[in-house]
Design a protein around this ligand. Structure first.
Ligand code: ARG
Length: 471
C-alpha cells in the first residue's frame, strides 16, 4: 500500500493537504478487499449502459476488457493501490481510464455512494455463505464427537453445580442447536440484503434511462422466482447499513455461542473436571511451569468474542446520529465488518479442528455422573407417581438427602426401611431410581436427554448435516 503525497484530488483542491490528512481520509488500504465486488458491479453497470445506448458497443467492450485485465492484475498482485486515490472505487476507475479512454463514461448515472452500498451487499452475501459452510463444519465436528461418545454420561450443571445426569452427546448437541439458529439469522440477514442499490446515485437516482432491474438480475439480486429485486428508496439505499449491522449482530451472537463452547471446553480440560483431553497442537506450555498444558486456543476463541461484540457496538454508535443520506462516517463500517467476519470465520474453523482432535475421558465422566444425588429429583418423581404433591415430595427427598449425609452414606446406599422412616409412601421401586441407565431411558420427552430421544436427535442431525445450509 503506497501512501503518496501530495495527494491529487479533483480540480477544486489545488494545494492538497498533507500526508497525515491523506492517511486519515483514505480507505483504499482496507476497502481494496472489495475489488472483486467493485469490478463485478462495474461490469454489470457497463453492460446496462451499453444496452441503454449510453455507451457504444465498442466503448462497452473496451471497458469490460479493461476491467477484466485490471482484475487479473490485482489477482496477480501487480496492481499498485494508491492512497492518494482514496478508495477502491477511485483506484480501479482511474486505472481503467488510464488504459481505456471510454472508462471516463463508466461512472455515468452512478455515484460512489450507491457503488459502495452495492459492493458491501455483494461482500456480505459471499462472506455469509462462506461462514455458513464453516458453521456447518463445526456442527459436523460436534455431531461426530457426540456420536462417537454416545454412551458417555456426564453430570449436567446449573450454577456450575452438578444437577442431573445427561448424555455428553446431549450437551454437545445443545451447541449444534445454537449454531443452527445462527445459520437462520445469517440467512435472514442475507435475504434482506438481497436488493440492488445501484441506480440510487448519490442520493436522488438519475435522470438517465438506467435499467435497474437488469443490473439487479446481472448481479444475482433476484427472488426465488428469479425476479429482480431493487431497493425502493434512493435516499434509504445510500444511507442504509442495516445489512452490515445485521451481519455483525448475527456474528456477535455466534461469537457468544463460540465463547460459551470454548468456556465449556476450558472447564472440561481442567484437572478438576478432566472430562476431555485436548490435542497438543491446541494447547501451549508455560514458559515457567513445565507441567502446564494450557487451553490457549479455546481461551482465544472466548476472548475474541469481545472484539466482535465491540465491532457491533461501534457500528451502531457510528450510525445512530447520521442524518440522511450518505455521510463519510459510513466509511468506518468496513473495518468493523471485515474484522468481524475474519474473526468469527477463523474461530469457527479453529474450534471445529480442535473438537476433531479432542478425546473424551469416558471413565472420568462416568465417575462424575455416578453420584446418586444427581437422581434426587427422580426420587421425588417416584413419590409424585404415588400421589404425593411435588412440593411435599421435594421436601421429603430433602430430608432423605440430609439423613444420608448424616449417616455418611451415598443416597443409593440407604435401605428401604430408612426411606420409609422418612415417609411410608416410599416403596420397593424407590431404590431402583438410582439405576443410571434406567433413569436416562425414562427421559422420553422430546428434547430431553433420554436414550431414545438422543438416538433420534443424532440420526436427525447426521442426516441434516449432509445437506448444505440454504443461504
Ligand atoms: N470510501 C467511501 C466509503 O467507504 C466510498 C463512498 C464515498 N463517497 C463520497 N461521497 N465520498 O464510504
Amino acid at each position: 500500500m503506497k501512501n503518496q503525497s501530495p495527494i491529487s484530488r479533483s480540480g477544486r483542491f489545488s494545494g492538497g493537504p498533507g500526508e497525515d490528512l491523506a492517511r486519515f481520509t483514505e480507505s483504499a488500504s482496507f476497502d481494496c478487499r472489495l475489488w472483486r465486488q467493485d469490478i463485478a458491479g462495474s461490469l454489470a453497470h457497463a453492460t446496462m449502459l451499453q444496452r441503454r445506448g449510453l455507451l457504444t458497443q465498442r466503448e462497452g467492450r473496451a471497458i469490460a476488457r479493461g476491467l477484466q485485465a485490471i482484475a487479473k492484475d490485482i489477482e496477480a498482485g501487480r496492481f499498485t493501490w494508491q492512497a492518494a486515490l482514496e478508495d477502491v472505487h477511485m483506484n480501479i476507475e482511474a486505472e481503467l481510464t488510464r488504459r481505456v479512454p471510454a472508462g471516463a463514461k463508466l461512472h455515468t448515472g452512478r455515484s460512489r455512494n450507491d457503488q459502495i452500498a452495492l459492493d458491501l451487499r455483494l461482500w456480505v452475501r459471499e462472506e455469509a455463505a462462506a461462514l455458513a459452510g464453516e458453521i456447518r463444519e463445526l456442527q459436523a465436528a460436534l455431531v461426530t464427537l457426540a456420536h462417537e461418545n454416545r454412551h458417555v454420561v456426564i453430570p449436567g450443571y446449573t450454577h456450575l453445580q452438578r444437577a442431573q445426569p445427561v448424555w455428553l452427546a446431549h450437551h454437545l448437541l445443545a451447541y449444534v442447536e445454537m449454531l443452527q439458529r445462527d445459520l437462520g439469522r445469517l440467512a435472514d440477514g442475507v435475504a434482506r440484503a438481497n436488493e440492488c442499490p445501484l441506480g440510487s446515485g448519490a442520493l436522488a437516482g438519475s435522470t438517465l434511462p438506467l435499467d435497474r432491474p437488469l443490473v439487479a438480475r446481472l448481479l444475482g439480486f433476484v427472488d426465488r422466482q428469479g425476479r429482480p429485486r431493487v431497493t425502493q428508496n434512493s435516499m434509504d439505499a445510500v444511507a442504509d447499513r442495516d445489512f452490515v449491522v445485521e451481519c455483525c449482530a448475527a456474528a456477535a451472537l455466534l461469537a457468544v455461542h463460540l465463547s460459551r463452547l470454548a468456556e465449556d471446553v476450558i472447564l472440561w480440560a481442567s484437572a478438576e473436571f478432566g472430562f476431555i483431553r485436548l490435542a497438543e497442537a491446541y494447547t501451549t506450555g508455560s514458559s515457567l511451569m513445565p507441567q502446564k498444558k494450557n487451553p490457549d486456543v479455546a481461551e482465544l476463541a472466548r476472548g475474541k468474542s469481545g472484539r466482535v461484540i465491540g465491532n457491533l457496538v461501534g457500528l451502531l454508535t457510528m450510525l445512530k446520529g447520521l442524518p440522511l443520506t450518505y455521510n463519510r462516517d459510513l466509511q468506518e463500517d468496513k473495518e468493523r465488518l471485515f474484522d468481524t467476519m475474519d474473526t468469527v470465520r477463523a474461530t469457527v474453523r479453529i474450534l471445529a479442528g480442535m473438537l476433531r482432535h479432542t478425546t473424551i475421558n469416558a471413565e472420568t465422566c462416568a465417575r462424575a455422573a455416578s453420584d446418586p444425588s444427581l437422581l434426587a429429583t427422580d426420587l421425588a418423581d417416584h413419590l409424585v407417581r404415588r400421589g404425593v404433591p411435588f412440593r411435599q415430595a421435594h421436601h421429603l427427598v430433602g430430608a432423605v438427602v440430609a439423613m444420608a449425609e448424616g449417616l455418611g452414606r451415598p443416597l443409593n446406599q440407604l435401605t428401604l426401611a430408612e426411606l420409609r422412616g422418612v415417609d411410608p409412601r416410599f416403596d420397593a421401586a424407590a431404590l431402583a431410581v438410582f439405576d443410571l441407565q434406567r433413569a436416562l431411558a425414562q427421559r422420553t420427552l422430546p428434547g430431553a436427554p433420554g436414550t431414545r430421544e438422543l438416538r433420534r436427535q443424532l440420526t436427525k442431525w447426521r442426516r441434516r448435516l449432509t445437506q448444505r445450509p440454504r443461504l
